[in-house]
Design a protein around this ligand. Structure first.
Ligand code: C2E
Ligand code: MG
Ligand code: MG
Length: 629
């Protein structure tokens, strides 16, 4: 290069004699500079090449580091993400992509506002900003469900700022742990502690807290609080006859009906098997409570569809009021319970308000329940027999066995009062056996003393059908030992039992019929029997309930109904027994209507065994006299 320059200088000076010493010096200087520059250039080249290599190495290293970082990020089971100071995503791992259910391409460089619901995004944005401004870590718990509520994930996220070498905050690192399982377990524990697992309603302890709270509020405000205790009538029957699954379905539906019949501010709970409660705060008018209770009774009496079957139960509701009927949750509940028992005792399918008189009833009930298990061994139980006369001949070849309890403190207690208690407590099995044994012995005696066709009717509770399966063979064994045929006995069942005709009921009835035992349908007309049951179950006798007989003389509707029942029963091949005949006029009307048998005070009240045998002797004597005259 410098030679080129010398040539040009020579040319420029148009001389070939050579250069002047100055020029030569200058050229030497230029040449030296050139050499130096060349050296620098070479050095620079060298350094550049070196730097290029370093850069390439560094880039290689960086990409290796990044791959390693990604590998680490993706291998950890927790969520990891980085955001810039403006909130846009710089990076994240696969777990985070999965949680948000978004591909990376839709998230990189985007903010939460592009990825999440607006409210969640705003919330996170505010939090991120606070963390970056304060420079302090923050831990938060958050539920994510991108589109599918079934796939909810709860993350415990550590939001941590990250800074450059100068300490300036550059962005934020998020590290989230999936705590869904723990949260769900906590929720389950909370629900189990506070809610009934079948119906989802509040449970007893949750309910007591709520009742306590409402009572405290009412104390300050001077308002009243009502407690409605709801008990399903004959739920046990549905459970036993249709199975537990059907029972559960019924309870769930009942819970829904109750909850949808009250205001959202009222508390609804399930306190026990078939027992529910409603707390109604801020009562201004008592009439409101009556209306709610009426509505609940009506809703629960509607039929329940349980899979293939449909069934009906009713409800008995007891109402108590704070502060008049109880000062604390326990007291208020007790009062409501007493009112509920009263509703049951007076016919079920109704509601009753608590009154102080019910307190006595409740105390008596408790005492009876306490004494029931010993009732047989203490000799307090005995059986009365009420004659059943043939209306065509006036002869008595049948009687109904009716159990009696002579209580040392309470005197004679009606079976209508204690049989339901015995059904609830299970004592009915022993009582039923006792009555059957007594009745069978009397029948043997009657048959042996001039009444060879004597037949006794024994009432049987649905609870006995649900009990031990070898009951019928046992009873047959007893009849056998007394040399009595099956038709020495008729079993009286109620329409309630037929309400749910299950195979097991049918089988038991068929088993009885196989042994010759007659079946009698008691209290006909008061329940829900359908005619098809009568046919299907081979009933022998239909007992028209005394409520139809009572007003026969004055109520033409009852007369029509009685006549219709008799005609219908005869068409189906059944004999009819009219219950509760008290007057000659009633008897005449029934005889005219073609009724087969009659039972009632007109013939005789139920009599203890000794009095009954005397009665029968008198009757046969009278018949002999009639024949003689
Ligand atoms: P039920 O089987 O319908 O019995 C007829 C009821 O009517 C009896 O009441 C009887 O005393 C009463 N009665 C009979 N004739 C007349 C009348 O002319 N006028 C009036 N007003 N009443 C009359 P009781 O003995 O109090 O029995 C009530 C219910 O208790 C029975 O009704 C029956 O369902 C049940 N029961 C009685 N004994 C037993 C038993 O041993 N086992 C079961 N499971 N239930 C029983
Ligand atoms: Mg009866
Ligand atoms: Mg009856």
């Amino acid at each position: 290069m410098h030679q080129l320059l010398a040539l040009q200088i020579k040319k420029h000076l148009s001389s070939d004699k050579g250069l002047t010493p100055e020029l030569q010096g200058l050229l030497a200087e230029v040449d030296r500079h050139y050499q130096e520059t060349e050296q620098v250039r070479r050095k620079l080249d060298l350094s550049l090449n070196f730097q290029k290599k370093e850069l390439a190495d560094a880039m290689l290293q960086a990409s290796r580091d990044y791959a390693l970082l990604r590998g680490v990020m993706d291998i950890i089971p927790d969520v990891l993400f980085f955001k810039s100071a403006d909130g846009s995503y710089l990076g994240f791992n696969k777990v985070y992509e999965k949680v948000l259910n978004r591909p990376a391409s839709q998230m990189l460089g985007k903010t939460d506002f592009d990825v999440l619901d607006e409210t969640v995004a705003q919330d996170l944005h505010d939090l991120d900003q606070a963390v970056m401004n304060s420079g302090k870590d923050h831990v938060t718990e958050r539920w994510f469900h991108q589109g599918d509520p079934q796939k909810q994930v709860c993350l415990e996220i550590l939001h941590s700022p990250f800074c450059g070498p100068d300490g300036q905050v550059l962005g934020l690192i998020g590290y989230g742990r999936n705590i869904t399982a723990r949260k769900l377990a906590e929720e389950t524990v909370r629900r189990q502690a506070n809610f009934d697992s079948l119906t989802g309603l509040a449970n007893r302890s949750n309910f007591t807290q709520r009742l306590n709270h409402e009572m405290r509020v009412a104390k300050r405000s001077g308002m009243a609080v009502a407690l409605l205790l709801i008990n399903l009538d004959r739920f046990k029957q549905v459970n036993d006859l249709l199975g537990h699954e059907a029972g559960d379905a019924l309870l769930t539906q009942a819970a829904q009906r109750i909850a949808s019949s009250v205001r959202e501010t009222d508390a609804v709970a399930r306190l026990g098997a078939d027992e529910f409660a409603v707390v109604i705060p801020d009562i201004e008018q008592l009439a409101h409570i009556g209306n709610v209770a009426k509505k609940l009774v009506a809703r629960l009496a509607e039929s329940f569809v349980l899979g293939e079957e449909s069934t009906q139960v009713t409800a008995s509701i007891g109402v108590s009021l704070y502060p008049v009927d109880g000062n604390d949750p326990d007291g208020l509940l007790k009062s409501a319970e007493q009112a509920m028992y009263h509703a049951k005792a007076t016919g079920r399918n109704r509601y009753c308000h608590f009154t102080p008189a019910l307190q006595e009833v409740a105390t008596r009930r408790r005492q009876l329940l306490r004494d029931l298990p010993q009732v047989i061994e203490t000799g307090q139980l005995y059986v009365c027999y009420q004659p059943i006369a043939s209306l065509a001949t006036g002869e008595v070849h049948k009687a109904e066995a009716l159990v009696r309890w002579r209580h040392p403190d309470h005197g004679n207690i009606s079976p209508a009062d204690f049989i339901p208690l015995a059904e609830d407590s299970g004592a009915i099995m022993a009582i039923g056996n006792f009555v059957f044994h007594e009745a069978a012995r009397l029948t043997q005696q009657m048959r042996a003393t001039g009444n060879p066709h004597f037949q006794v009717s024994v009432n049987m509770s649905p609870a006995q059908f649900r009990g031990k399966t070898d009951l019928i063979p046992q009873w047959m064994g007893l009849l056998d030992s007394l040399s009595l045929p099956g038709d020495a006995v008729a079993i009286e069942i109620t329409e309630g039992l037929l309400m749910q005709v299950k195979d097991s009921t049918k089988l038991r009835l068929e088993e009885m019929r196989k042994f010759g035992i007659k079946i009698s349908l008691d209290d006909f007309g008061t329940g829900y029997s359908s005619l098809s049951y009568l046919k299907m179950l081979d009933i022998d006798y239909l007992k028209v309930d005394q409520s139809f007989v009572r007003d026969l003389e004055i109520d033409p509707d009852d007369r029509t109904l009685c006549e219709a029942m008799i005609v219908m029963a005869h068409k189906l091949g059944l004999k009819v027994v009219a219950e509760g005949i008290e007057t000659q006029a009633q008897l005449d009307l029934l005889v005219n209507a073609g009724c087969d048998f009659g039972q009632g005070y007109l013939f005789s009240k139920p009599l203890p065994a000794k009095d009954f045998t005397d009665y029968m002797l008198r009757m046969s004597g009278q018949a002999r006299n009639d024949l003689g005259s």
